[in-house]
Design a protein around this ligand. Sequence first.
Ligand code: PGA
Length: 261
Amino acid sequence: MPKHYFIGNWKMNKLEEEAKSFLSEFCSKFTPNSKYADTGFAPVLTVLSGIKNNFGKGSGLLLGSQNIHWLENGAHTGEVSAGMLKEQGVTFALIGHSERRQFYGETDSSVASRTKTCLSSGLTAVVCIGESKEEREKGITLKVVETQLLGAIQELTSLITPENLIIAYEPVWAIGTGLTATPEDAEVVHDYIRSKLVEILGQNIGEQISILYGGSAKAENISALVSKKNINGALVGGASLEPGSWLGLVNNGREAVSAKA
Ligand code: PGA
């Protein structure tokens, strides 16, 4: 079974004090136990140095970034490099989130460049893919997802291991809307992604890559989602912003993973 993950994407939320107070409450109730799933956060860059001591060995928590540039340094206003992230204890980066694709000009080609740097720097790439409402209505969901997946990884197959690549399937129409894909509809897409991963990477690696679901996941619906074979955890926005709702999601999610193991 692939490793399962519950990752909170904090997007552009939380000042340093808010992030610290979230973590102090969350960590007081959270039991580190990665047997069934790892738990992580991708906060804004400005809070990394203030919160990094909550992460690392023994914490059971992974620290991530919401972006990563493909170069080491240089004239790239507003970007951040792998070395800068690693210095803060970051071990994974979100790449190609639909908000970046929709509003900040992210393309399949820039997603591939960021993914390449991530993999070759020893970081884990969480590559986000997913169709819009219009694309789903036109019946081209699988085609869209396949194009985004291949665009991100098909040139990088020699760098990919089950540990350094995670795919997050996030239907755009479900992000932040309260509309969740049904577990059955999500599994159709996850199963298709799995078949493509096996085709590109071979069975040994393709079957072990984690595929997360994202889009209005919460404590109440996570068990049904994760009980599906190819749904290996979740990338979560809204429900990761409050310690209580996040703890509920992580605990219910872990229980569903253990039942599947
Ligand atoms: P949501 O966001 O859980 O608020 O829908 C998910 C995401 O954007 O990763």
